[in-house]
Design a protein around this ligand. Structure first.
Ligand SMILES: Cc1cc2nc3c(=O)[nH]c(=O)nc-3n(C[C@H](O)[C@H](O)[C@H](O)COP(=O)(O)O)c2cc1C
Length: 148
């Protein structure tokens, strides 16, 4: 089995990015940041409306460069959007074959995330979801704590 680790993440307001950078200090891994083709802006209510209306085309991502065949373990980080996996990560997951991959997800959120793990598993059939971590931030971006 492949022993290499990939750390892949999407971050809009940098909380997930900061966590990804901390993780990468301690773990030897390759890193891929999922990037949107178009800046969604910072109007959270507009982004929420676009998600609810299913305007997925507004969340098109730059083509990912990683080759999953090279990795046995994937650490994947994302903000929770609408109690769900954010559309850019959904796009990424749906482009890949997850069979045989062990996945360690981490999420940044304001604490409302009860459906996200189940939804994540549906998007990567064949992956084994191992340990996960929820990092909780308040509305000002202050770190409040972690939940396993
Ligand atoms: C469009 C949108 C939807 C969000 N939905 C949720 C949610 O359902 N539950 C929650 O706890 N936080 C929600 N948040 C807050 C983010 O999950 C939180 O601010 C996260 O730390 C941002 O991570 P980032 O800085 O890496 O983008 C939402 C934020 C945005 C922009």
């Amino acid at each position: 089995m492949n022993s290499r680790t990939l750390l892949v993440y999407f971050s809009l307001t940098d909380k997930t990015r900061e966590t990804a950078e901390f993780i990468s200090i301690d773990i030897e891994c390759d890193i891929e940041r999922i990037k949107l083709q178009t800046d969604p802006g910072d109007d959270i209510f507009r982004i929420k409306t676009q998600i609810r209306e299913g305007t997925e085309s507004l969340f098109l991502i730059e083509p990912p460069t990683c080759d999953l065949q090279q990795y046995g373990t994937v650490i994947i980080g994302m903000p929770v959007w609408e109690n769900d996996v954010p559309p850019p990560i959904k796009s990424f997951l749906l482009q890949k074959d997850w069979r045989g991959v062990t996945m360690h997800p981490f999420f940044s959120s304001g604490g409302i995330h009860k459906d996200v793990l189940r939804n994540l598993q549906r998007l990567c059939p064949g992956a084994r979801l191992a340990s996960h971590l929820f990092l909780i931030f308040d509305l000002n971006g202050n770190y409040l704590g972690a939940e396993e």
